[in-house]
Structures are given as C-alpha cells and as structure tokens.
Design a protein around this ligand. Sequence first.
Ligand SMILES: NC(=O)c1ccc[n+]([C@@H]2O[C@H](COP(=O)([O-])OP(=O)(O)OC[C@H]3O[C@@H](n4cnc5c(N)ncnc54)[C@H](OP(=O)(O)O)[C@@H]3O)[C@@H](O)[C@H]2O)c1
Length: 314
Amino acid sequence: MTDRRFGPKGWTPEHLGSLAGKTYLVTGANAGAGFEATRVFLSKGGRVMMLNRNADKSNTAIATLKQELGSDVDVAFVHMDLAALSSVREAAAEVLDKVPRIDALICNAAIAQVASQQMTVDGFESQLGVNHFGHFLLCGLLFERVEESRGRIVVVGSNAYKMGRKRIQFEDLDFDEKYSAWNAYAQSKLAQMMFAYELQRRVHAAHKNVEVQVCHPGASRTNLLMDTASTFNKIVWSMLSRLIAQSAEKGAWPEVMCATEEGLQRETYYGPTKRAQTVGPIDACPLEEVALNREAAAKLWALSEQKTSLSWSP
Ligand SMILES: NC(=O)c1ccc[n+]([C@@H]2O[C@H](COP(=O)([O-])OP(=O)(O)OC[C@H]3O[C@@H](n4cnc5c(N)ncnc54)[C@H](OP(=O)(O)O)[C@@H]3O)[C@@H](O)[C@H]2O)c1
C-alpha cells in the first residue's frame, strides 16, 4: 500500500506559504504544466527563470503573467534548446552568470510521441536527446549552484515509463531497428526517472545538500502531442483528453509540490493518485521496480556522461 500523506484532497497549492526570496528554474515554462507551475511560484512571491527554446513564445508567456499577476513579478527567460548540447551549455553558463541561487531546478520540458524517427544535432533519437540527455547535462552543469543553495532537482516523469518496453534499449538506443513513437517516448521518460533515482542515491550517499524528487502530471490537457505526434494520435488524444484528462493547472501541482514541500520521501513518485494515476488528489503513487533498477541506472549514467562529454560525480 502506498503511503498517503496529504489526506483525501491530496496536496494543493493551499499548502504553500510565501515563496519570497526563492528562485525556481523551469525548463519548458512557456506552455502547459511548466507555464502553470511558473504562475503558482510567481503568485506566491517566488522568482522564476524560464529555460525555453522559443523567444516569441517566452515573451508572450511573460507578458501574460505580468498582465495577470502585476508588472513587478520577477520572471525572465534564458534561451535553451534541449535538442542541442551546445545550447544547453550556453544556457547553463548564462544561468550561472545571472542566477545566484537555485531553490529548485525543474526538468519539465519534453517532446512526446514524435511520429517518425528524428535525430538531434548531436545524433540522439529526439525524445531521448531532448528529454533525457539535455536535462542530464543541464543538471550536471548547475548541480553545484543547486547545492550551494541547498536546493532541489525535480524531474517530471510520466506513467509512460511503465508502458513501453520497460527497459533502456542499450543495444539500440535510437530505435534504428524498428522505430515506435510510443516506445521511444516511454524509453525517454524511463531514462529520466532512472537518472533521477540514481542521482537521489548518489546525492544521499555523498551527504550532499541537494534533494531530488520525481513527479508526474497524470493526464493533463496540454500541447504535448500537438507539434510532434502523428495526425492519428493527435486526433485520438484531443478527443480522449476531453474525457479523461485534468487541466494543465492541476498537472503542474506535483512539480510545484516537489519543488517546495518539506518531508518528501526518496524512491517515491508523486502525482495524481486516481484512475490509474491519471487524475485526482496528489500524493505518493505506486512505483514499479523498473524505475529503481540500479544496474541499468548505473549503466545509463556512464552512457549519459559519455554522450554529453560531462564527467559528473555528485
Ligand atoms: N500532458 C500530459 O498528459 C503528460 C503526461 C505525462 C507526462 N507529461 C510530462 O509533463 C511535462 C510537461 O509537458 P506538458 O504536457 O506541459 O507539454 P507541453 O504543453 O507541450 O509543454 C512542453 C514544454 O517543453 C518545451 N520544449 C519542448 N522541446 C524543447 C526543447 N528542445 N528545448 C526546450 N524546451 C522544449 C515546449 O516548448 P515549445 O512551446 O517551444 O514547444 C513547452 O514549453 C513533460 O515532461 C511531459 O513528458 C505530460
């Protein structure tokens, strides 16, 4: 039985006090759950640095937030395209220059169900490249600043981790053999979660002042599939999401909780707890063993260091 801590209503932003003086970094914050999380942080007095790939969308998002919450809210963006390791390096350097403390780095951005196999400029299958390798590099480059701030790293996973092949295909990482949009997305989210739990174990063993948490938004009405999925999958999801999904706002709450709440547990997966963990009160969800596989996680870590040319021992 999974431990439920937050009662029948689950965690909601009502649990938040003032976030004045706190700084949150959110990847992919111009839309969907990342945008909604930004809105919550700002509404409680926090500062947000968005890490986004599109300047126009970022400026529009910032204008919307300022119009709604007041022109003095502290929100800005740094350009970062997770599909290019050089862009992640440039963004991390800019963050280190501009952001003196990081209370939480939230790895929220993702692409999903990319219809046909596509490769990033660095030669990775696009979902693994954007969702996992890009974030791995970003976390590694910002880790010391997070630690100096006694901050957190929050990785946004997905129930997809347990729905694809449920393994990292080390022998065919890019799905050259037989590409499947669903399996490649599922692998990328499993990789993100395996990485996060491995980081959590390494940080704990090394007594570092960084908390690592893993969450998921359940099924939320966002743009996630709209740029990348096949036409068929887009139509199916746009119909299905009206019936089974919750708002993007509620989808953001688990990441806000993981960035702020005290007393969260290790090796735990936070998100909506009802209807196969797609909607409902936010709390600890069941976590399948595959995400905690230490052997695969250690192999993935070594591979990620090699692929991103980053030597990282937290
Ligand atoms: N929605 C769901 O039901 C669901 C379910 C399970 C898990 N999730 C997870 O929830 C998180 C948030 O997704 P969402 O549903 O809010 O999707 P979304 O509305 O599509 O937002 C994704 C964000 O990621 C950004 N992004 C995509 N590729 C990027 C790149 N190469 N570099 C930098 N930013 C990039 C997007 O930027 P652009 O606006 O420029 O495209 C957008 O800001 C993801 O980690 C996703 O895997 C979502």
